[in-house]
Structure formats: C-alpha cells, structure tokens
Design a protein around this ligand. Structure first.
Ligand code: NAD
Length: 517
C-alpha cells in the first residue's frame, strides 16, 4: 500500500494487510463476496472487504430487532447523551476520517472534512432534539377527554447510501434514528466500504462503552443482492434510500408492496438561473463550484445554467477562464480543486454524455476530452476535464436536459424572460435543488412562490450545491419527495399514535353518535 494510504488507514485503526470483516451486528463478521476498495485517484487497491452473505444479513436483521427492543426503553435524553459522546468521538477523528473520504471516494480534502463536519453537526442537532421530540395535546370535543399525539420509536431503520457521500448521508439518518430510539442497519455503497467500517468502529465503541447493544448501529456491506435482501425484509420498518432514480424506483415499489415506510433521496438535475441584475462576482464562482466541485458528483451539482441573453458573453468568458485554470490533482493535497471521478464506469458515462452532446450539434465551449498528460500515479486515476456545452436549443424533454449525468458536464441555455427560465427549471423530472441570481426583490418573490421553482431546495444568490443541516433536505418529483436532516425530518423516524384519554365518568361517542335506546 502507498504510504499515504497506510497512514490514513492506520490512524483509523483499519488493517488492510488481510481481508477485512464487512459486517457488524455487535460482532465483526463477514464471509461473503469480496469487495475491493479502489482509490479513484491512482487505481490502487486499498483493501479487500468480506461482504455479507444472505445468512449474515438475516442475522444482522435479527440482532437489529433485538437491539431495538432494548434501545426503545432508554429515555430519549439518555439517548441524547450517547449521541453527545458519538459527536465527540467523531470530532476527534474528523481530519483522519475526512482524509479517508478523500482517499476512497475521491473528493478533495476540504470537502472530505466538510462531510465529517456535517455528521458532527447533525449529531449536535440530534442531541438537542432528544429533549424536544415532542408530541401534542389536541383539544377534544368530548367533556373530560384529552387527545395526545404521541411519538414512539419506530423499529429498525435501514439506510442504503450512495458512494458520493459515504459518511454524511448515513450521519443524517443515524443521528435522527438514534435520537428516535431505533436500531439502524447501514448498507453502504459497495465501492466505499472502508468509510463505513471506520464510521461503524467509531460509533460502536461509544455504544459498547455505554452498555448498549452494538446492533443499534449495525453494518452490512455488499452490493445489489445485499441491498435487495435488506429492502425486501419485513423486519425493516423504514428504508431510507439515497441513490439513483433507477434503483430508487425499484426500492420504492418493493417497500410499498410490503407496506413499509420509505424515504427516497434520488437524483438531481439542478439549474442555476442568472438575471441581468445579478452580482456576477458572486454568481460566477458559485456556478463554478456548483458544476466543478466534487468533480460534478453531488446530487446538488449544477447541471444546467440558464443565462439572461444580455449577460451571456460576459458570464461565459469569465466562467471559461475559471474552468481553464483548474488542474486535476491528488484530492489529499490541499491545493487541489479537481479530484477524480469515483469509478472507471463514471468516466465512460462522462464520455457518452459528451459524445451525445456533440452528435446533437452542441458547441463544447471547454473540456470534453480526457487528460492525456497526467504524471504517475495520477495517470491511473479517473480524471476528466470539466465541460461546458451549449446545446442547439433548450428542449427539457430531450435527454440532454432531462437526465442527470453524474460528472462535471454543464449545459447552458439562454433566455429573455424569467418566466421562460422557470419553466425550463421546472420542466425536468427531477426536483432537488435550484438557484436564482438576482438583486430584484420582485424576481425573488416570483421564484420562491407558487409560480416559482418546484424543487425541494430553492436558493437565492446561493448556488445549488452545499446545504446546511438545519433545514430539511430533499427533493420533489423523481428525486423522491424524501426529507432528511433538519426541519421536521425527524417526524418520519418515529411511529405516531393518536391516544384519546377519558377522565370522565361517561363514555360518549365522537360526533354525538348515540348507540343506545
Ligand atoms: P446507486 O443507485 O447506484 O446505489 C445506491 C445504493 O443502492 C448503493 O448502496 C447500492 O449498492 C444499492 N443498490 C443497488 N441496487 C440495489 C437494489 N436492487 N436494491 C437495493 N439496493 C440497491 O447510486 P450511486 O451511484 O451510489 O449514487 C449516485 C446517485 O445518488 C446519484 O443519482 C445522486 O444524485 C444520488 N444521490 C442523491 C442524494 C440526495 O440526497 N437526493 C444524495 C447523494 C446521492
């Protein structure tokens, strides 16, 4: 193993000289198919992980259920105290874990650390929440009666996560699920097993110290087969799935067909709209970060840019210079802004998208070709040139505009009226993030109101990418309507009961119904 990789793994207590156990249900096991963790920057194999067999998935589910039965009786503020300790343990490993995210997923250092910070932030939030997960008292129409709306722990929550946020997405779910008193079982992306093992080690050490069963935060690594086993199991009360629209559609159907709860966080196809009065000194760097940051591998990455006709030339020439200034590099090096794509397959998807743009007559303003001159070991990595393309027309029904390409390919369209740009913004199947750049309050009112953006995230003078944990995060339409993280998202992780209590000496029926002569 290269010395940079061994230093990072060593700091997180991961020994990669033998095959690693990829299942945790209170004990570390794993005897299934081997998953290889491949460094996207160099192609180096970082470790081999033994994923879960069907029998191990079943046992993990049983242990999760047993753990839930213990954990649901722990008072919520006491669960909050355990969360506080998890927060401390994560914060102590923030830099090492952030470096592992960069090493294994490929995002740059500041973003890797930012992702762990997001986990720390949501755990902080959940500590507070553990004393505020309140129900309500509702006025009853019957004398001597009270109605309570009561939240109780839900059961077992399965979290299936995507490769591009190998730490934070689990964090959003785990924090709320633990605060709510559930057991959580994590099925991470098969290409980022080391991040999930490192996180599970940190969390389980705190659980063990507190005498809580480790299966309160279990882990089953694996691919499609393990994912299907978890999703299809009636031992799972809620499935929180983050990933592509194609897989999310199948997962949604399976969970629905067994009447389980499902929370879907699927693909985005996010647009930024720039008005003539926008502050371009803010808008141009924000679009650059939105489209090129994380090498275009965020669900909230800017994929579509709609420019007012009066600023097109100015905007694009400045944006193009930023694109040309960016150099690919090792994401662990703090000066790097552009890391690799996560897999070889993603490079193929990038090339297909560029080919399709060329075939349909788009102008490629910059990018579109691979890097051919990278020195070793970066020549073993999945680096692609960030690309700006101007298709011949904006037709939101055309796949060029209507599908999410998970790579740094930005498409540009030109409009004259805000209404036209909003129609384009809303015309695609997805509805995750959106951004308007303007200093005119009238545009703002339109954008955030009933005739405005139909996305779950509607920003003004803020890019599409990079959300805080305080508000509920998620998208509408084919993004799945799920909400995670802050706001009211916690309400999905509990089971609600309406409890009518009668303190009177009579038993009247509701609506004055009489059932006696
Ligand atoms: P993916 O859909 O390929 O995989 C997601 C997860 O599903 C993985 O853990 C995978 O192993 C598992 N899986 C695959 N087949 C399965 C099946 N048949 N049944 C159950 N599970 C199965 O997604 P990806 O390529 O890892 O991630 C990229 C996608 O995720 C993009 O579309 C991106 O926009 C989306 N994403 C969305 C959000 C959000 O919050 N909306 C956040 C991050 C990523």
């Amino acid at each position: 193993l290269s010395s940079r990789a061994s230093t990072i793994l060593h700091a997180l207590d991961i020994r990669s000289d033998s095959e690693l156990a990829g299942v945790y249900d209170g004990e570390w096991t794993g005897s299934g198919e081997i998953l290889e963790s491949v460094c996207p920057t160099t192609g180096e194999v970082l470790a081999r992980v033994k994923s879960a067999t069907p029998a191990e998935v079943e046992r993990a589910l049983e242990r999760s259920r047993e753990a839930y039965k213990v954990f649901r009786t722990v008072p919520a503020p006491k669960r909050g105290e355990i969360l506080r300790q998890i927060r401390e343990a994560l914060a102590a490993k923030r830099d090492d874990l952030g470096a592992l995210v960069s090493l294994e997923m490929g995002k740059i250092r500041t973003e890797g650390e930012g992702e762990v910070q997001e986990f720390v932030d949501i755990v902080d939030y959940a500590v507070g929440l553990s004393r505020m997960m309140n129900g309500r008292v509702v006025a009853s129409e019957r004398p001597g009666h009270s109605i309570l709306e009561v939240p109780n722990p839900l059961g077992v929550v399965a979290v299936l996560s995507a490769f591009n946020f190998p730490v934070a997405v689990y964090g959003w779910n785990l924090a709320l699920s633990l605060a709510a008193g559930n057991a959580t079982l994590w099925k991470p992306a098969p290409s980022t097993p080391l991040c999930s093992i490192a996180v599970t080690k940190i969390v389980s050490s705190v659980l063990e110290k507190n005498g809580v069963p480790g299966a309160v935060a279990g882990l089953v690594t694996g691919g499609k087969v393990v994912g299907e086993a978890v999703v299809g199991s009636s031992d799972v009360d809620m499935v929180s799935f983050t990933g592509s629209e194609a897989i999310g559609r199948e997962v949604g159907k399976v969970v629905q067909s067994r009447f389980g709860k499902v929370l879907l966080e699927l693909g985005g196809n996010n647009a930024a709209i720039v008005m003539p009065d926008a502050d371009l000194n803010m808008a141009i760097p924000a679009v650059f970060f939105g489209a090129v940051g994380t090498a275009g591998q965020r669900c909230t990455s800017t994929r579509r840019l709609y420019l007012h006709s009066s600023i097109v030339q100015k905007f694009l020439s400045r944006l193009e210079s930023l694109y040309q200034s960016v150099r690919p590099g090792d994401p662990l090096d703090r000066s790097t802004l552009l890391g690799p794509l996560h897999t070889r397959a993603a490079v193929g998807i990038y090339h297909d998208a560029v080919d399709h743009l060329l075939k349909t007559g788009a102008e490629i303003l910059t990018g579109g070709a691979p890097y051919t001159d990278l020195p070793a070991p970066l020549n073993g990595g999945n680096f692609v040139r960030p690309t700006i393309a101007i298709p011949q027309e904006v037709n939101v029904k055309d796949p060029v505009w209507s599908t999410e390409t998970f790579a740094p390919v930005l498409k540009v369209g030109v409009f004259d009226e805000l209404e036209q740009a909003i129609e384009w913004n809303n015309g695609v199947p997805q509805g995750l993030s959106s951004s308007l750049w303007t200093r005119d309050i009238r545009n703002v009112g339109k954008w955030i109101g009933p005739v405005g953006s139909d996305a779950g995230i509607v920003n003004v003078n803020v890019g599409t990418s990079g959300a805080e944990i305080g508000a509920a995060f998620g998208g509408n339409k084919s993004t799945g309507w799920g909400r995670e993280s802050g706001g009211d998202a916690w309400k999905q992780y509990v089971r609600w009961s309406a409890c009518t209590l009668n303190f009177s000496d009579e038993a009247p029926l509701a609506q004055g119904v009489q059932f006696s002569n």
